[in-house]
Ligand binder design. Structure first.
Ligand SMILES: Cc1cc2nc3c(=O)[nH]c(=O)nc-3n(C[C@H](O)[C@H](O)[C@H](O)COP(=O)(O)OP(=O)(O)OC[C@H]3O[C@@H](n4cnc5c(N)ncnc54)[C@H](O)[C@@H]3O)c2cc1C
Length: 379
């Protein structure tokens, strides 16, 4: 990979930086995992969309700028550098959208993508169930064919649905063939949460209000057009979504580069706390953030040359989730007793602890790396 940005990439960076400097809210918004904060974040996302910055890498006809993957990375870097709000549309634009581009019908793309880009439809992710987390293929929510009505009837329960209480739509897996092998009889559905028979019950996180939800399906009708990909091939489609979640799109390096920069500033502002061993750690995590950046650029080169990351996205997930904890732990040590108070670093630390759990636990990622990247035997 050529590590020099081209003139047009630099111009793209300058344009993004200028717009963000003029428009990012000067006061941080309240957390997007609270009802009030979510609404303010959606307002911000609509402003981003109106200015053409919501989904830069998408085709223009869907609200994007036809930006390249490298330009998208540049935008992400500038977005985090500017301290812009977290993207509460992320489940849609970063997880579902790449899957829609790959598996969606033309009609699904034309109807769903523009509304997603404009933060009109707000998507949440329905994988986990009370009896199925790591063992996703063990889900019991089911869809029963309704031939006469030309669609499906959904039954069951999803849980841990991030921001489900604030969203308008859910994508998720349902069992459509109870007799097939576990991974085989699943189908990927796209469900409006205002469909009759859906009950969404928010429940609180330690640090917010209804940041999570249980979603119940009681004979919920969806038409055939709500199936993404082929019936009974949902596992394959869902793996494309999880590859986006673990890999490049959900956690681009811009987030960690910006946090590493803030950590350096924190150390510089506290010379009395910055002992030699602590400074060594600051430098180490800064280097790890740079390493993730370079790793990602190598991955982009692979993608552009036709080698999609597939199971290797589990390596990203292990790396970014552990890096995020180290970054925040180091900041808390620099802060000393102040680190125990409610502040952006302590809040970030609490959330970083969830990193090894969401998007598939790190134990599961290690199993995937062992078996599918390194080719080691299952036992
Ligand atoms: C912040 C956050 C947001 C989330 N958002 C969503 C969401 O929007 N939508 C959604 O569907 N889910 C969401 N989840 C749920 C998440 O996907 C699950 O928590 C995760 O997959 C683990 O499942 P579980 O909680 O049932 O734990 P379990 O699967 O019961 O695992 C318990 C422990 O056993 C370990 N373990 C299990 N199986 C194995 C194995 N084969 N080998 C080694 N170790 C194993 C796990 O690593 C873990 O440490 C979210 C979770 C968090 C923390």
């Amino acid at each position: 990979m050529d590590l020099t940005w081209s003139e047009s990439e630099e111009a793209f960076r300058a344009e993004a930086r200028e717009w963000l400097a003029a428009n990012v809210p000067t006061e941080p918004l309240p957390s997007g995992d609270t009802r009030e904060g979510f609404a303010l974040h959606v307002e911000w996302e609509r402003k981003l969309f109106d200015a053409g910055w919501a989904v830069v890498s998408w085709p223009k006809k869907y609200g994007g700028r036809d930006a390249s993957l490298c330009e998208w990375l540049i935008f992400e870097e500038e977005y985090y550098r500017a301290g812009a709000p977290q993207r509460v549309t992320q489940n849609g634009i970063f997880l579902l959208a790449p899957t829609l581009f790959e598996f969606g019908t033309q009609e699904q793309k034309d109807t769903l993508l523009p509304r997603m880009a404009a933060a009109q439809d707000l998507w949440c992710q329905g994988w986990s169930e009370p009896g199925a987390g790591s063992d996703l293929a063990g889900i019991r929510s089911r869809a029963v064919r309704d031939e006469a009505a030309g669609g499906w009837r959904l039954f069951g329960q999803k849980t841990w649905t991030t921001r489900g209480a604030f969203c308008t739509h859910l994508f998720g897996l349902f069992r459509t063939d109870p007799n097939a092998e576990r991974h085989r009889g699943l189908t990927y559905f796209l469900v409006p949460l205002d469909s009759p028979g859906v009950t969404v019950r928010g429940f609180p996180r330690l640090d917010g209000d209804e940041g999570f939800a249980d979603v119940f399906f009681d004979d919920v009708f969806v038409p055939d057009s709500a199936v993404l990909g082929e019936v009974n091939k949902g596992w394959h489609v869902a793996m494309a979504t999880t590859s986006s979640e673990r890999g490049l799109t959900l956690r681009s390096p811009g987030r960690f580069l910006a946090a590493a920069r803030r950590l350096i500033a924190l150390a510089a502002a506290r010379p009395e706390a910055a002992t030699d061993p602590l400074i060594d750690r600051v430098v180490e995590v800064w280097m790890q953030a740079q390493a993730y950046h370079l790793f990602t650029l190598a991955q982009v080169t692979d993608i552009l040359e036709g080698r999609p990351p597939g199971a290797r996205s589990s390596l990203n997930k292990l790396y970014w989730s552990e890096l995020d904890i180290r970054l925040h732990e180091t900041a808390l040590e620099l802060l000393g007793p102040e680190g125990q108070t409610d502040n952006p670093w302590s809040r970030g630390f609490l959330f970083s602890l969830a990193g090894p759990i969401y998007a598939g636990t790190n134990e599961i990622q290690r199993n995937i790396v062992a078996e599918r990247v390194l080719g080691l035997p299952r036992k």
